[in-house]
Design a protein. Structure first.
Length: 491
């Protein structure tokens, strides 16, 4: 039997004399996900590590989205917390301003409070961000657990921050950049995700479009990084080009823990790259050997070539609860895939969809609109390819120059970016054009892609009447959310 002892937050003495407030700020979720409320996984993991390494630290995690807290109430809650340090998650570039606003509220409540953030965007633009946002005191670059914990400890002990590896921080009028921190060698040594920090709201997390409102939704990670080097991807640089994986037994431990202790029934294994080889089969064997119910559902992201390589494990993975696979198909054009340094062929996407459908696994394909060489004709070809590919679900995204990617480096150097509003860096707003299409024309093409795939009654009816329960839920949910209208309104 798997047993987990919770951390010591909110009980007993506080030997290091610090109170830490972790804040998931109010924000609107990506509308393409529909009615969707995920747990703040980054803060959950960060809090669990901080508790373990600094027992007795007074720690609170405030998820504004789960609690329905807007900005006015957040200001009051921050002031009432009397925290010594406030850290806010950013998750994605489009949330940059929300993070800055949260930490601005903290400084307004107490100018002496230590304000901290991190994540891919702020790691990539650490010095620039400190110069732009005076409300931020420190940015944790890269992998955050050890750096944030050492920062809190140094602050509590009155020690200089110059000894905290992986930190960029404000020192009076100067901005200091400490050396990088080595990555954690073994991810299995991390504590289990700190879902106890959100125990009173854990039942509220949901992904209605996929699992319905009554299936509690949770996230875990089975790896960090990726061995590939796609030019548009923020992940591989952030994790220093490495791919570190947890063992199948450890992943199963985490699934079992949140299934039994917190009632999670729909679990996203958030790996940017699940990988090939026997990993899927080994995880399936571990899960089938646990005392878990038939109602466990999990989903993950896999490359098309990895799905093909794992063909002999797919049925076993499905029996263990795998219900949904998201694949980065990206483009039907070999030259575009080569430009993205994707390392796959369009034929592998076709075979991967066939294999997943044969295994009764809901199949989602991601396609990218707005490659530099894209024209109306090439995007029309992409639409026809998507029809022939015929996955259960397609997400078209706009090529977005996220800081920390090679696409960003080139677009910035060549002056291609025409929209600097970071709120629009969400993969549905076009922020740059192509060689032949303006930004507005790229936005129009994005809508046309969705209208072409989802606009016809034939596909809608097939989806609603599908034998696959996830497919039925998704198409009924999309009809209620009126996704096409929301995309049209972006033009």
């Amino acid at each position: 039997m798997f047993v987990y002892l919770e951390g010591l937050n909110h009980c007993g003495p506080n030997p290091i004399g610090m109170k830490v407030l972790l804040v998931e700020p109010p924000k609107e979720n990506w509308f393409l996900m529909g009615e969707y409320l995920p747990p703040p996984y980054g803060l959950i993991q960060l809090g669990a590590y901080l508790e373990r390494e600094l027992p007795g630290v007074e720690l609170e995690l405030l998820d504004c989205n789960a609690r329905g807290i807007e900005w006015g109430e957040l200001a009051r809650r921050i002031e009432e917390s009397d925290a010594d340090a406030v850290a806010s998650s950013s998750l994605a570039t489009c949330n940059t301003y929300l993070t800055a606003r949260t930490l601005q509220l903290a400084k307004k409540a107490d100018p002496s409070v230590l304000t901290v953030t991190g994540g891919i965007h702020f790691s990539s633009l650490a010095e620039e961000s400190l110069a732009k946002y005076p409300e931020i005191d420190a940015i944790v670059r890269g992998e955050g657990e050890a750096t944030f914990t050492e920062l809190v400890k140094a602050r509590a002990e009155g020690k200089p921050l110059s000894g905290v590896a992986g930190l960029t921080y404000r020192d009076g009028d100067a901005i200091r950049v400490n050396p990088d921190r080595p990555l954690i060698g073994d991810l299995n040594t991390l504590p289990l995700p700190g879902y106890h920090l959100v125990r009173d709201t854990v039942h509220m997390y949901h992904f209605t479009g996929m699992a319905g409102r009554d299936a509690p939704y949770a996230l875990i990670e089975g790896s960090r990084g990726c061995p590939h080097r796609c030019t548009f991807c923020t992940q591989w640089r952030h994790w220093c080009g490495s791919w570190r994986i947890k063992t199948p037994a450890r992943i199963a431990d985490e699934m079992e823990y949140i299934y039994n202790e917190f009632g999670a029934r729909f679990i996203w294994l958030t790996d940017d790259n699940f990988g090939a080889g026997g990993r899927g089969g080994e995880l399936a064997e571990e899960l089938q050997g646990r005392d878990l119910g038939d109602d466990l559902m999990w989903f993950t992201q896999m490359r098309c070539d990895d799905v093909v390589a794992a063909r002999d494990s797919l049925l076993s993975m499905r029996r263990s609860g795998l219900r949904w696979v998201l694949m980065g198909v990206e483009s039907p054009r070999p030259s575009t895939l080569e430009g993205y340094r994707k390392g796959i062929e369009p034929s592998q996407a076709v075979e991967a969809v066939r294999l997943l459908r044969a295994s009764d696994v809901f199949t989602q394909a991601m396609l990218i609109v707005g490659a530099r060489e894209d024209t109306r004709e090439s995007i029309a070809y992409m639409r026809s390819f998507a029809e022939e590919l015929d996955p259960d679900f397609v997400i078209y995204s706009v090529l977005t120059p996220f800081p920390g990617t090679e696409v960003y480096d080139e677009a910035k150097a060549r002056g291609w970016i025409v929209d600097d509003n970071l709120s629009n860096y969400d993969m549905t707003h076009a922020v740059m054009g192509t060689e032949t299409l303006t930004r507005s024309e790229v936005q129009e093409e994005l809508y046309e892609c969705y209208r072409s795939f989802y606009g016809g009654w034939g596909r809608r009816l097939r989806g609603i009447l599908s034998r696959n329960v996830l497919t039925r839920r998704v198409y009924m949910h999309m009809a209620k959310q009126d996704i096409l209208r929301q995309l049209r309104d972006l033009i």
